[in-house]
Design a binder for this molecule. Sequence first.
Ligand code: FE2
Ligand code: FE2
Length: 225
Amino acid sequence: MDDNKKIITYKDIKQSPEVRAYIKQADISLAALGLTEHSFAHVTKCAEVAGKLLQDLDYEPRKVELAKIAAFMHDIGNVINRVDHAQSGAMMAFWILDKMGMPYEETAMIINAIGNHDEGTAYPVNAIAAAVIIADKSDVRRSRVRDKKTIFSDIHDRVNYAVEKAELIMNKEDKEIVLNLKIDTSISSVMDYFEIFLQRMLLCRKAANFFGLDFKLNINDSEQA
Ligand SMILES: [Fe+2]
Ligand SMILES: [Fe+2]
């Protein structure tokens, strides 16, 4: 490693006032746009899930750490604009990580993953990207809804609010990743869920395929896909 390069840890990123300021303002902006919670709860959960996925798949500890860093930073581009936030976030992450002294190869993997996480332009281009996609797209939960009043008018809020339980299970023997959801169908129908999540679930499948695994979705104990 170059003399001026350093090992940057997940803890360094989590505690960085710079990263935290961007995440905070990005979430304020998304709240103004009427979108679900994208703050520390979302990115911390994504970091934990993405890290665990790679750990369960026996990736080296540094890769696990890099996946956590990428997941924690994946939505910072929303501070610039929701549109193309994956690409602007990757540029921001490049600037931040380069200043911190992260080795170029590691920065490259992280910005590659961040720039490929959003529907429309997402693709599991490397293991970190695949882990971030699965962690991000599977984060559906009631606490992401900011205001209960909007659940009848906003399908995203309604679907998130209806999710009572969501768990991602890695089943290595059967070579599959399973997303188990418990949905309160008196709030949102399974069709509502599919209407907005189909593209995300297909992306999860593509990402699982990157690891040679299938992706299964299980809603209220009946396997859907
Ligand atoms: Fe995003
Ligand atoms: Fe996200």
